[in-house]
Design a protein around this ligand. Structure first.
Ligand SMILES: *[C@@H]1O[C@H](CO)[C@@H](O)[C@H](O)[C@H]1NC(C)=O
Ligand SMILES: *[C@@H]1O[C@H](CO)[C@@H](O)[C@H](O)[C@H]1NC(C)=O
Ligand SMILES: *[C@@H]1O[C@H](CO)[C@@H](O)[C@H](O)[C@H]1NC(C)=O
Ligand SMILES: *[C@@H]1O[C@H](CO)[C@@H](O)[C@H](O)[C@H]1NC(C)=O
Ligand SMILES: *[C@@H]1O[C@H](CO)[C@@H](O)[C@H](O)[C@H]1NC(C)=O
Ligand SMILES: *[C@@H]1O[C@H](CO)[C@@H](O)[C@H](O)[C@H]1NC(C)=O
Ligand SMILES: *[C@@H]1O[C@H](CO)[C@@H](O)[C@H](O)[C@H]1NC(C)=O
Length: 659
């Protein structure tokens, strides 16, 4: 008998590693006779055609997929080499005790991957899950391991949860009950028999990878609102605990609730199954065809079209949100008849909106405007929307601006650099750009030699001409030779010495003159006392870059909301880098007519990693690990009111900041 027993996998930080090892070596081999629909677990799943799928259908199919030891060995070698030679934080991740507000453990990612490579797995699912979890321990929102084979079903609970503070006490409560049983704001005392808030904290510690800060990870795990561009409104989002894009540890969650508003207030016990959403329409009829159609790459995967990034002035590096967009969640929820509630504001008037920003005027505080920046995944032309929004504020006699960054997963670095300058115009050309460096290996040098000034050679990050030569005399200019890569420097971190490029900076076009001229006239421009930031710590990548400049360089004060009451909370997460995929590396080399030094994976995959590290001004620790620069000046707690109304939350911040 093969039962699916990952139940206890996650709950104890110290035991987790041992548990994984035990499970994977002790699990009996899965031998499923082929050919008969009733006996083949993937046949049962496939026959459902995406309808009425249960947790067990997916779990049984996943568990039935046989391990291919050769495939596993080449997979682990490729991922290992990627993290050895291209990932920029391999050495920094060894940092033994990162200061508050970080709480992450030191990670020897190469050793962890080698350990996985040395295990005799019987379950293919367990192997890929272990690789994914190992990458997730880096707590770098830019680093991830996903294979289509095991992420084409998502799982949602009808209850979503949050951790508001009421009367000075923080408790886990029901944020939303999709089944409309009246449980909203009931206190969740226990989850799976354990104290609920501690359980969520442990889950966020173990399973969430959005930040080095556990309080920020708690916010990633729990429900909140997010701005939806298509619906032009704030909508409820369930959070990573209640909406999981991987097979959860078991088929249900047990809750013990008490609802003080209900009489009598005795405990309510609920056993809630997962609602399963298929994410793909690929057909399969048994284990064999599941592997062939869903897991394995086809013979002819389409070649990616070159991004044309070799021209420095077009160097816009999109940093997509990690997994699950709100849009996706909404589409899935709508499909299941669970449309999320919209927010309507009585006293915040929407003036202007674009693809990344929304501008609200607060009627109760008419000198204050709110600029919501919910993503940087937009076009550079978004600066025109920002100018329209700021102009509308100015026409309303607004003098103070609250910037709401909650849930911003990043996007274009160039847009972030431009936004910095729209509130604090540059005095010198590179004021809004970071010092940075990249890893240098023999393979990187090969690409850099071939890639220098190469025209449209694919995703070519190794064209030195795309970077500033900070050593050059005179005005700032780009490299006109390959010295960036041919004259590397050794950096020693945590007992390892590795070659990096000299310090450089990425080149961005300056902000257009018409915009600069317009923004200098606004009453808040260059005035830190007229600007505040609001964040929940879920502000990644490009968003973190803006936060850093506004807070550290310009002294703007930030409010961060949520997390654990009384603890520091980061303003931003995974700020210090840019993201590429394994495929981008292959495309870079093939675009330069070179052989990629990395092998390919047999499974359809998305393996992401950070390739560039940024530094705060005059800092030697890369920003990704420079915890001191993350801590916000002000802390706020969620309440049942502000968690359900952005308007209420904004008013709280404005009252504290300016009254
Ligand atoms: C599901 O599979 C499709 C097709 O292989 C893939 O494009 C998609 O990204 C997968 N879904 C998720 C959530 O990863
Ligand atoms: C969630 O609630 C909906 C609406 O009441 C119900 O139809 C559905 O069966 C519930 N889902 C699960 C998994 O219990
Ligand atoms: C938003 O993006 C779409 C394309 O994705 C573009 O056509 C449109 O012009 C953009 N809107 C604004 C206001 O920038
Ligand atoms: C802005 O202030 C000016 C000068 O005090 C005033 O004339 C104008 O009516 C105000 N505009 C609005 C929209 O309040
Ligand atoms: C870097 O250090 C290694 C030894 O750890 C040494 O062999 C090499 O010459 C050094 N390279 C540079 C550029 O300093
Ligand atoms: C790669 O080879 C093709 C075909 O020979 C050639 O057209 C192209 O210019 C080469 N690219 C580079 C970057 O050398
Ligand atoms: C960085 O160091 C330089 C030179 O010591 C100094 O002039 C500058 O003010 C420092 N900048 C910051 C942001 O600390």
């Amino acid at each position: 008998m093969v039962s699916f027993t990952l139940n206890n996998l996650i709950l104890s930080a110290t035991l987790a590693a041992a548990t994984v090892a035990t499970l994977s070596s002790a699990a009996p081999a899965v031998h499923i006779p082929r050919g008969t629909a009733s006996s083949d677990p993937c046949a049962r799943l496939g026959a459902k055609n995406g309808r009425n799928i249960k947790y067990k259908d997916v779990a049984d199919c996943y568990q039935a997929i046989p391990i291919d030891r050769n495939l596993a060995a080449t997979t682990i070698n490729t991922v290992h080499d990627l993290f050895r030679d291209y990932y920029v934080f391999t050495d920094s991740a060894l940092t033994p005790r990162v200061p508050a507000p970080f709480t992450s453990e030191p990670v020897n990612i190469l050793k962890a991957l080698k350990t996985i490579g040395g295990r005799k797995y019987t379950s293919d699912y367990q192997f890929h899950t272990d690789v994914r979890h190992a990458i997730d321990t880096l707590r770098d929102g830019h680093a991830s391991y996903d294979v289509t084979c095991y992420n084409n079903y998502s799982f949602e609970q009808n209850l979503s949860l949050y951790a508001p503070v009421e009367n000075g006490v923080q408790a886990l409560r029901v944020y939303r009950d999709n089944a409309n049983r009246g449980y909203e704001d009931c206190i969740v005392d226990k989850i799976d028999g354990k104290p609920a808030l501690a359980h969520i904290r442990a889950w966020a510690t173990q399973r969430v990878s959005c930040s080095h800060d556990v309080s920020a990870r708690q916010n990633c795990a729990l429900a909140r609102q997010g701005y939806d561009v298509k619906k032009a409104a704030f909508l409820d989002e369930p959070g990573e605990f209640s909406y999981q894009s991987y097979l959860p540890e078991k088929g249900y969650v047990d809750y013990e609730l008490h609802c003080s508003n209900k009489k009598p207030s005795h405990p309510i016990h609920l056993r809630e199954e997962w609602h399963v959403y298929p994410q793909s329409e690929i057909a399969f009829e048994d284990v064999e065809s599941y592997v062939a159609n869903v897991c394995l790459k086809g013979e002819e995967e389409p070649e990616s079209s070159p991004q044309g990034l070799s021209r420095p002035h077009r160097r816009n590096l999109a940093i997509p949100n990690k997994k699950r967009g709100l849009e996706e969640e909404e589409a899935l929820a709508a499909a299941a008849g669970m449309a999320r509630r919209r927010q309507e504001f009585g006293e915040a008037e929407k003036l202007v909106s674009g693809n990344a920003t929304v501008f609200y005027h607060l009627k109760t505080q008419p000198d204050t405007g709110v600029m919501v920046v919910h993503t940087f995944d937009a076009q550079d032309t978004e600066v025109n929307t920002v100018l329209r929004g700021l102009t509308a504020f100015s026409n309303r006699n607004v003098t103070k601006i609250l910037v709401d960054f909650q849930g911003n997963g990043g996007g274009l670095i160039s847009l972030s650099s431009n936004l910095v300058q729209m509130l604090f115009p540059n005095r010198r050309p590179r004021d809004a750009s970071y010092e940075a460096d990249l890893r240098v290996t023999k393979s990187v040098q090969r690409a850099a030699a071939a890639g220098f000034m190469a025209e449209d050679g694919g995703y070519n990050i190794y064209n030195a001409n795309g970077y500033y030569d900070l050593k050059a005399a005179g005005p700032a200019r780009q490299y006109d030779n390959t010295n960036l890569f041919t004259k590397p420097v050794n950096i020693s971190r945590n007992g390892r010495t590795t070659l990096y490029t000299q310090k450089t900076a990425m080149y961005f076009d300056p902000l257009p003159k018409n915009i600069l001229n317009a923004v200098t006239k606004f009453p808040w421009t260059g005035r830190r006392e007229n600007i505040r930031i609001l964040t929940d710590g879920r502000c990644g990548s490009a968003c973190g870059m803006v936060s850093y400049f506004w807070t550290t360089t310009h002294g703007v004060e930030a409010y961060s909301i949520g997390g654990a009451k009384g603890e520091d909370l980061s303003m931003f997460s995974f700020a210090g880098a840019s993201v590429l995929t394994l495929k981008d590396i292959h495309d870079t080399y093939s675009g330069l007519n070179l052989t990629s030094p990395l092998g390919d994976l047999a499974y359809k995959n998305e393996v992401r990693f950070s390739w560039l590290e940024l530094y705060g001004k005059n800092r030697t620790t890369p920003l990704e690990y420079d915890a001191k620069l993350y801590r916000s000046k002000h802390r706020l707690d969620y309440t049942s009111a502000n968690a359900r109304s952005r308007e209420a939350m904004w008013k709280e911040v404005v009252a504290d900041a300016w009254e």
